[in-house]
Write a protein that binds this ligand. Structure first.
Ligand code: COA
Length: 171
């Protein structure tokens, strides 16, 4: 059977599935419910939630958080597509930059065009967000994507990201 992946705005009834994905990946869930569903998108496979990503807005900056893909669905481009969707939303809102903290995926975001950023250089509004102020450890890597600069490589970060439509046990 051929399965179909989609990236779509989150709905309120997706919250439990997203929280379960985050918990299974040992990602923080603090503050997610307060921002859900309006700041989130989900990846679905045949209607089931298999991934998520959130973009919180703080002043003229965004915080990309809660990017997660079900382990059985990884490696098909969903993580990049979810991240690209949230960066596109940040561009559409006219934000200056997107920040993130990660203990697990710094190399994933460096490959997508983010650059290391000293935590001391993060805008105050972002530093005061729940992700930065309380839920992520101080040892987490801080990364920044400047949206006021043209992408260094237009073929690479955050253009159209193909998502494999096949794979998994029921294909
Ligand atoms: C990080 C994550 C979202 C990537 O999702 P995905 O759907 O597998 O990603 P994609 O299919 O778009 O990209 C796959 C590529 O990214 C690389 N990649 C995946 N996770 C990575 C990680 N944690 N660190 C570095 N590279 C990673 C893969 O090796 C692969 O590289 P290749 O194209 O050279 O083979 C997923 O692994 C995940 O949910 N991890 C747990 C939660 C997490 O760490 N979230 C990010 C921090 S908020």
């Amino acid at each position: 059977m051929t399965s179909t992946h989609a990236i779509a705005p989150a709905r309120a009834d997706h919250l439990d599935a997203v929280a379960a994905l985050l918990a299974a990946a040992a990602l923080p869930t603090g503050g997610v419910a307060a921002q859900f569903p309006h700041d989130y998108v989900v990846a679905t496979r045949d209607g089931a939630v298999v991934g998520a990503a959130g973009l919180e807005i703080h002043g003229d900056a965004g915080v990309l958080r809660s990017v997660v893909v079900d382990p059985g669905e990884r490696g098909r481009g969903l993580g990049q597509a979810l991240s690209a969707d949230r960066v596109a939303a940040a561009r559409a809102r006219g934000l200056a930059a997107v920040y993130l903290l990660t203990t697990t995926a710094a190399d994933f975001y460096l490959r997508l065009g983010f650059a290391p950023c000293a935590r001391a250089d993060v805008p105050a509004a972002v530093a005061g967000s729940i992700e930065f102020a309380s839920v992520c450890p101080a040892s987490a890597a801080c990364l920044r994507l400047d949206l006021r600069e043209a992408p260094a490589d237009p073929l690479r970060p955050f253009g159209e990201v193909p998502v494999s439509q096949t794979g998994g046990s029921d294909d």
